[in-house]
Design a protein around this ligand. Structure first.
Ligand code: SAH
Length: 395
């Protein structure tokens, strides 16, 4: 196996089980690894540190094992099995009530570069590293063998793999095939999930518990669901007894999906209306004097995908939240989120704080939200924490 030897002192983060080796930490590579190849990482004295997938880029190795094990089909199967057992004991595998959950959350499941979401009998797999791309068939077999409910595996990595790599990933079924019209079930609510055309794996599984919390607060309320995508929050709000729900997304396809999902659970329900419109435009066109919403959800796409975009992202969060503070009724509740990994909890809170101060309204934090347990954070890899949310009482 090709070895990657680190510079003196550069082994420290690996000794603390952080799963990334940055290219700047490397002293010497013995041999010429191909992208995605399994390599052995050594410290400056050539002691074993870890095994991982090699890749050209700033993260040169993604660690798959800190023990010197044989990395064969069984090795991968065991990791998949572990991940499934955890979801099962969390009560997420609940046929007839919930069949939608994240099975593999990258570093959080000690499988850096791999994301797998399960919808009923189909797993949608996304590789973010060449190493995972190379072993996609093995992983697909391991999923079907270890997750009894799953019969089909759809691979969707055309947009997630580094585009410079000399590979041409094609989206498609690795195992089985199914009509994507099948319905995902989340907390007893059915959703239409289109992994062929949808964003990410087709659904934002990470908001499941936050949607449930919103449901609890929806009775008798008028609700604005900004950046609604599949309408997840809207459907929960209606089940919670909201008197009116407005769903807004700039994408017409998203609005179609929202309407479709609404038809499944609340056909012809006059309480719901959807708007294909830009969020800022929609908010700007509302009359501030007629504050009409008791509950507003702001769940925008990641404003910052890179560190360089951070400053503008924070401004964006501030501007957006300021609009919500302008528009929400006295005694209203604001659910506000950021899914940008580079924006920390503190930075996000500060952006929302600045927006609140601008509005001069009395604001209290009711809940501080995060990602659910099927999106676990590896304790040695704090970068895995990406979703943060605040639930605010606005007087
Ligand atoms: N809340 C959703 C996920 C939101 S994803 C859920 O629970 O599933 C972010 C959504 O924001 C996408 O659907 C995207 O189309 C939409 N979007 C992006 N920019 C927008 C803008 N300027 N105005 C309104 N919607 C926007």
């Amino acid at each position: 196996m090709i070895t990657v030897q680190l510079k003196p002192k550069k082994e420290e983060s690996l000794l603390r089980f952080h799963p990334w080796v940055f290219s700047g930490a490397i002293l010497r590579i013995d041999g010429k690894p191909t992208e995605g190849e399994l390599v052995e990482v050594l410290d400056s004295n050539r002691n074993f540190l870890a095994l991982g997938h090699f890749q050209i880029g700033s993260i040169a190795v993604r660690v798959v094992s800190f023990e010197n094990l044989k990395v064969d089909d069984d090795f991968w199967a065991k990791k998949i099995r572990n991940a499934y057992v955890m979801r099962q004991s969390l009560g997420l595998v609940a046929p007839g009530f919930n069949n939608t959950y994240r099975l593999i959350h990258g570093e959080g499941d000690s499988l850096p570069g791999l994301i797998v979401d399960v919808y009923d009998d189909t797993a949608v797999m996304q590789a973010h590293s060449i190493g995972m791309h190379e072993i996609r068939e093995t992983l697909a077999r391991a999923i079907v063998a270890n997750v009894p409910e799953v019969k089909n595996v759809f691979y969707k990595s055309e947009t997630t793999l580094p585009f410079k790599a000399a590979i041409e990933p094609e989206d498609g079924y690795l195992i089985g095939q199914v009509n994507p019209e099948i319905k995902a079930l989340e907390n007893g609510l059915q959703f239409h999930v289109d992994w062929l055309k949808g964003q990410k794996t087709g659904f934002f599984v990470d908001q499941r518990e936050n949607r449930s919390l919103l449901e609890k607060y929806s009775a008798g309320k008028s609700v604005l669901n900004m950046f609604c995508y599949t309408g997840g929050f809207s459907v929960y709000a209606l089940r919670g007894g909201a008197k009116l729900v407005h769903s807004v997304d700039s994408s017409a396809k998203a609005i179609d999906l929202t309407d479709k999902n609404m038809e499944i659970s609340f056909p012809n329900d006059s309480r719901h209306t959807s708007f294909a419109e830009d969020a800022f435009k929609y908010l700007n066109n509302l009359h501030t004097l007629e504050q009409q919403y008791d509950l507003i959800i702001l769940d925008p796409p990641a404003f910052a995908k890179h560190r360089e975009a951070l400053r503008n992202a924070l401004k964006g969060y501030k501007r957006l939240n300021a609009k919500a503070f302008e528009q929400i009724k006295p005694g209203g509740i604001l659910f506000t989120f950021s899914c940008s990994q580079v924006v920390s909890k503190e930075q996000f809170r500060l952006a929302v704080f600045s927006a609140a101060a601008e509005s001069k309204r009395n604001v209290r934090i009711l809940h501080q939200l995060s990602q659910p347990a099927d999106h676990p954070i590896n304790i040695y890899h704090p970068e895995g924490e990406y979703l943060k949310g605040l639930v605010l009482w606005v007087e």
